[in-house]
Design a protein around this ligand. Sequence first.
Ligand SMILES: [Mn+2]
Length: 387
Amino acid sequence: MATEYLDSENPEEMSLSSSRTRQLAELLERHRGERHAIVLQDYPDPDAMSSGLAHRMICARREIEVDLLYEGRVSHQENLALLQLLEVPLVRVTDETDLRIYHHSVFVDNQGTTATLTSRLNKVGVKPLIIVDHHEPQGVIKAEFEDIRKIGATATIYTEYLRNGLLTLNRSNPQHVRLATALMHGLRSETDGLILAGAEDFNAATYLAPLVDTSLLKEILHTKRSKRVMEMIHDALANRLVVENYSISGIGYLREEDRDGIPQAADFLMTEENVHTAIVYGIVLKEGAESVHGSMRTTKLTIDVDMFLKDTLGGSGPGHYYGGGRRGAGGFEIPVGFLTGQFDEATMQSKWHIFDETIKNRFLEKAGIRKSKPSPPAAPQKTEAKP
Ligand SMILES: [Mn+2]
């Protein structure tokens, strides 16, 4: 087993990660026979799905039954293809789902802040056991085992667990080939096709490469865009404001099932020459409540997306920010809150207008393009009400 680590150029880092792997193995051993809920973010992406799948397969050998849960939607064509082709068994949680059947919750590729399930599980007393993530530490939930590292993808961390012996992949096992293919897809999509990948991510890709089913991967990557996404991209292009290498676009009201079109529209805006940062947002209607969802992409190395979004948009309270991110990409969700619930054309128009202006101005100010807004007009003088 030990010879596996000999090819590492940095033995210190390798022994650290293998001690993490050992800790995780010991923890899982102590929870043998249990049932765990993996919490995925509301709109799971390939990194989350493939990492969840890896976690599930690691646990299967220790007789821990694991369900991959999420509460939002999967609508991105590529993600739907991933689910179908790689047989990723996702469970969409509804109001009828009984969450008390789980002994513990496990957070993969998130730290509870982007998943509605976090509070639902907490309410029924299901406590976090494991967090594995590559976003900035959020500090909202605590777990017995936490592996939070600022690297390219969560898929990289899971690949490391696999090669450190938690589950040895075998080319002749079709399940293993599917897992390796999913992880490679997760890793690639999360690092913009390895452009944003660091040494650890390349190491993981090297390990996975001989196990990947290339034709499957091609099929996933060549999925076409849906008509609705094409329309959203059209709107994003038409509404975009391009100033000093920033491209910002609000695309109005969206149905929940179209929400995954937002990051695709942002990716598309990034393809325009001279644009280094793209931000796309819209108001998503979900079960009668409205919130502004947005995606940000940047290739500018000096922009820390996580900080940028937290600074620009703030949050609802200490530790609860409206947005967050990782290297090169991030997202945000702002509840419409008090203004929610009126759906006549005129009210929706005004709500959209207010949010659109406010968000645009905040980003432009943060980017140093627009001066901070003038102080608010003085309160109107009290005048005698005329009869
Ligand atoms: Mn990720």
